[in-house]
Design a protein around this ligand. Structure first.
Ligand SMILES: Nc1nc2c(ncn2[C@@H]2O[C@H](COP(=O)(O)OP(=O)(O)OP(=O)(O)O)[C@@H](O)[C@H]2O)c(=O)[nH]1
Ligand SMILES: [Mg+2]
Length: 297
C-alpha cells in the first residue's frame, strides 16, 4: 500500500522534484540559484508569503557561507520545510464524530465516503449523516457512498434543518457508541453567514447531546484552486474551530507547495490527501515523508 501511495505522490510532484533536483546538483550556488528556487516554490503553490520567508532565511544562510553547494541548499531547505510542517500530527484513532466542512465542490461528500471506507478497513462501523439538506442531490450522492461502504445512513428531507438530521445521527451513534459518525455538510447556502451559523448550530447540538465525544472538524480544500483556496480556508478558519485539512484533487495538480503555505498560514496539519474518485483514493498525509520525497532527501 505504501509503495502505491509513494508512486502516486511521486508522479504528482515529479515536475517540482526534478526542478529542485537540478538546483541541488549544482557544485556551487549563487544569487540566481536562489532566484530559481523562489520561482519553483511559487510555481508549486507555496504562496508568496511563505516563499518569501523561506528565501529570506536561505539567503541569510548563503551570505554567512552556511550554504555554498546545491547539497547544502537541499539540506537547509529540508530543515526549513520540516520545521514548517512539524505540527501536532493528526490522530485518527480516537475520534467519535467527524464533521466535514468546506466550500461547495471542494470534495466533502466524496471525502465522507472515502473516510467511511478507510474506517471500515480499520474495523470501525460507520454512520454517515447527510447534513447537506440544501440540495436533494446531495443526499442521494451520500446515500450511494453509504451503500458502497456498508455504512448506516441517516438523512432528512430537502430543506430540513440540518441540525435535526445531526440530532438523529447522534441518536443512532448513542446506540452504537463504538462507531464513527461522519457528518457531511452543505458547501453553499444563501449567504456565508447562514452557512457558518448552520455549522455552529450543528456543533452546539453535538456538544449538548454528546458532551464526552471526541469531535473533530476537518476542512476540505481543493488543491487545484491553488492560491484561491487560501481564501476559503481563511473563511472557515476564522469562523469555526478546525482540527485538520483534507487536501483534495491532488491528482489534478503537479504541485505540492500548498501544504507548506497552509502549515505556515493556518498552523493546522494536513490530515489526509485525496487524489482521485475511488474509495481508496484518500490516504493519511505524512508531512515528513512528503518533504523527503519532494526534495529527494
Ligand atoms: N479528481 C478528483 N476529483 C475529486 C476528488 N475529490 C472530489 N472530486 C470530485 O469533485 C467533485 C465535487 O466533489 P464533492 O465531494 O461532491 O464536493 P462537495 O464539497 O461535497 O460539494 P458540495 O456538496 O457541492 O458542497 C465531484 O465530481 C467529485 O467526484 C479528488 O481527490 N480527485
Ligand atoms: Mg457535498
Amino acid at each position: 500500500m505504501f509503495n502505491f501511495i509513494k508512486k502516486t505522490l511521486t508522479s504528482i510532484y515529479q515536475k517540482v522534484t526534478s526542478s529542485l533536483g537540478r538546483l541541488f546538483a549544482k557544485p556551487i550556488i549563487d544569487t540566481s540559484t536562489l532566484e530559481e528556487l523562489e520561482q519553483i516554490l511559487l510555481e508549486a503553490d507555496t504562496g508568496t508569503q511563505t516563499t518569501k520567508k523561506l528565501i529570506v532565511t536561505l539567503t541569510k544562510q548563503a551570505q554567512n557561507n552556511a550554504i555554498t553547494t546545491g547539497a547544502d541548499l537541499q539540506q537547509a531547505l529540508k530543515a526549513e520545510l520540516t520545521a514548517l510542517v512539524n505540527l501536532q500530527p493528526y490522530q485518527e484513532d480516537t475520534i467519535d464524530i467527524l464533521l466535514l466542512v468546506g466550500i461547495n465542490g471542494s470534495g466533502k461528500t466524496s471525502a465522507a465516503g472515502k473516510l467511511a471506507h478507510r474506517y471500515a478497513q480499520l474495523g470501525r462501523s460507520v454512520i454517515l449523516v447527510a447534513g447537506d439538506t440544501f440540495r436533494a442531490a446531495a443526499v442521494d450522492q451520500l446515500r450511494i457512498w453509504a451503500e458502497r461502504t456498508n455504512s448506516t445512513f441517516i438523512a432528512g428531507k430537502e430543506g430540513q434543518d440540518p441540525a435535526s438530521v445531526v440530532y438523529a445521527g447522534l441518536e443512532a451513534h448513542a446506540q452504537q457508541p463504538e462507531s464513527l459518525l461522519i457528518i457531511d455538510t452543505a458547501g453553499r447556502l444563501q449567504t456565508k453567514v447562514n452557512l457558518m451559523r448552520e455549522l455552529e448550530k450543528m456543533r452546539a447540538i453535538i456538544s449538548k447531546k454528546a458532551p464526552n465525544a471526541q469531535v473533530t472538524t476537518l476542512l476540505t480544500i481543493d488543491a487545484m484552486l491553488g492560491q484561491n483556496s487560501f481564501d476559503q480556508a481563511k473563511l472557515f478558519h476564522e469562523s469555526t474551530h478546525l482540527d485538520g485539512i483534507i487536501l483534495t484533487k491532488m491528482d489534478g495538480t503537479g504541485k505540492g507547495g500548498i501544504v507548506f503555505a497552509i502549515a505556515q498560514i493556518f498552523a493546522i496539519p494536513v490530515a489526509y490527501i485525496s487524489f482521485g474518485e475511488s474509495v481508496t483514493d484518500l490516504q493519511p498525509f505524512d508531512a515528513h515523508a512528503f518533504v523527503s520525497d519532494l526534495l529527494g532527501a
